[in-house]
Design a protein around this ligand. Structure first.
Ligand code: N01
Length: 538
């Protein structure tokens, strides 16, 4: 507030960056290096984005540490050492803090601050963001680094408010340690978050009840410590690895193949699947080229994985309930686990099959399914996110002529290269819908997106232009590319957050570019080298 007038104070900067996840942090750094006055705004208390909030027991990234880290600074990658092949949340958050300290990113951030609205002023040619404090920030450019997975979603179950025990949310976990010893705990949800929680809490709780609706496909993570020799080798080879990552469909180092499943004789296919199981991680996806487009190939891999569940889980009824059926393997993000299926052999862990016995309500004392009530001390929601579009649609974002993003995206997210939205001049997204977010390495995508935006802003400055916007035709062309590719993929056959199926009333459809990070980067590079023919400048 202005002390004299009582009016909200107005701050003028060159660029607003919303979010302090890996996308926002890099954006703040990159634009500051360009000499811009950048203001980052973050609802959380510090940097880290999803890794700041998701402190649930067992939280861990299912991309390899070497991949899931910045490549823009050799100094950072040489100074930082990862301790495990797949890093746990505390280590990833420590890494985010290390980067923030090193680059003094906090100097440019307001934390514990939500943006209530961001409105384009067409006369003044700037974005005006109103913060919950009442402060107003004006800037010609606004970068929405709000993350594809940042708006938690509670389950649509009656009675949540009635429960007298404790409720925890995977996506907003308390900072204090939660003690499960001797407690009766219920977990709702068995996606990537739920599976990690179950395998951890199952070993701590008095009794654990897992409420599973759709079983997920889970593959062994085979995590391990990183040896000193491997560490040194990684560091010596980072530049080459980063270059290779940018040419890889995954945006990471995982090898890919051009070998279709049925190009191998049956015994060799089996051998390859066994080897993929032994290697762990997402090796399966790199072992055959057509698992996401060939249903027959997909069916065989699915049957192989179901067989592995039988090998591990002692109780045949539980094993059967844990087996995913009715949707292709990899059409829901495959989880990576460490003895997840083994957890069900513990006497205190009980699987509640909600497909057969649905949850009716949450009561004062626990969870009631059609078969009856289970009394609980704690309930954990691992029920996912309003993904991809949720963060931007959760506050007032208004473009040209007062048109809101909610209005624009009512029938599904439309964007140009996942980076810009027609009708929303000078607004940019990192890891936005219709880009490769969630199907490729999010840090590689973030760096790419920020660099692309930085190049565009430089181009505008070189040409004395103040405003840029995706044309209707340009956006429509990109959406055709996205939709046509999606139509070929088995991914659309599962009801997941990838297609918006997990949020009631949300427009359905695969709003991701599934052609791979490398092809995406090629399309973005072509826009730049072609002189941005699908953008309108003023
Ligand atoms: O969320 P999800 P998530 N009754 O949407 C269930 C990333 N991530 O937080 O499918 C009963 O996958 C729902 O059941 P159904 C990763 O990209 C990565 O686990 O609707 N169940 C489902 O089982 C991931 O894909 C990492 O039938 C209900 C679950 O809740 C993404 O985040 C770790 C229900 C939600 O699963 C999201 O994963 C964590 C109800 N009423 C997350 N409502 C790693 O890197 C919902 N469910 C390892």
């Amino acid at each position: 507030m202005n002390a004299k007038t009582g009016n909200p104070a107005t701050r003028h900067v060159d660029i607003i960056v919303v979010g302090a996840g890996f996308g926002g942090m890099y954006a703040v750094y990159r634009f500051r290096e360009m000499g811009k006055n950048v203001l980052g705004i973050e609802a959380g208390g510090d940097v880290g984005g999803v890794w700041y909030w998701n402190r649930y027991p067992g939280a861990r990234c299912d991309l390899m540490s070497v991949d899931y880290s910045y490549g823009f600074s050799d100094e950072i990658q040489q100074e930082w050492s990862w301790s495990e092949q797949f890093a746990a949340q505390p280590e990833i958050l420590a890494y985010a803090n290390f980067v923030a300290d090193k680059l003094k990113l906090r100097d440019n951030y307001l934390f514990d601050t939500r943006v209530e609205s961001a409105v384009w002023d067409d006369k003044a040619k700037l974005w005006r963001a109103t913060l919950e404090s009442g402060e107003i920030v004006e800037a010609p450019y606004c970068i929405m680094a709000t993350g594809p997975l940042s708006v938690p979603k509670d389950p649509e179950i009656e009675g949540i408010g009635k429960f007298r025990g404790q409720i925890f949310r995977a996506q907003k976990w308390p900072h204090e340690k939660v003690d499960f010893t001797g407690k009766r705990v219920g977990v709702i949800g068995t996606g990537s978050s739920g599976i990690q929680i179950v395998q951890e809490v199952g070993r701590q709780a008095g009794e654990l009840y897992v409420y599973q609706r759709t079983p997920s496909w889970s593959l062994p993570m085979r995590n391990h410590a990183i040896s000193d020799e491997y560490q040194a080798e990684m560091k010596a080879n980072y530049p080459g690895m980063r270059a290779a990552m940018r040419l890889n469909p995954t945006g990471g180092t995982r090898p890919v193949t051009s070998r279709p499943f049925f190009s191998l004789p049956p015994e060799q296919r089996l051998q390859t699947m066994e080897q993929a199981w032994i290697n762990g991680g997402h090796t399966f996806l790199g072992s055959f080229s057509d698992l996401l487009v060939n249903q027959a190939a997909n069916d065989q891999v699915a049957e192989f994985v179901r067989g592995k569940i039988d090998e591990v889980v002692d109780d045949p009824v539980t094993a059967e309930a844990l087996k995913p059926r009715g949707y292709p393997v990899f059409a829901r993000r495959p989880c990576l686990d460490t003895e997840y299926y083994e957890t069900y052999n513990l006497p205190n862990v009980h699987l509640k099959d909600c497909l057969k016995d649905p949850i009716v309500e949450i009561t004062e004392n626990g969870i009631r399914t059609e078969a009856g009530e289970v009394e609980l001390d704690m309930i954990i929601f691992a029920t996912g996110y309003d993904a991809l579009t949720g963060a931007l649609m959760a506050f007032r974002v208004e473009g040209r002529d007062g048109r809101s993003i909610n209005d624009k995206w009512q029938g599904g997210a439309q964007s140009y290269l996942g980076l810009m939205v027609e009708g929303f001049p000078n607004m940019f997204l990192t890891c936005g819908p219709n880009g490769p977010a969630a199907l490729a390495n999010i840090i590689t995508i973030s760096e790419h997106d920020v660099d692309w935006i930085a190049d565009l802003i430089t181009h505008m400055e070189d040409n004395d232009q103040r405003v840029v916007e995706a044309t209707e035709a340009g956006e429509a062309r990109w959406m055709d590319v996205v939709v046509n590719l999606a139509a070929m993929s088995l991914v659309r056959k599962a009801k997941t957050w990838w297609v918006g199926a997990n949020v009631e009333g949300k427009s359905q459809g695969l709003t991701m570019f599934i052609g791979g990070f490398n092809k995406y980067a090629e399309a973005c590079a072509a826009a730049k080298t072609g002189g941005y023919p699908e953008l309108a400048f003023e």
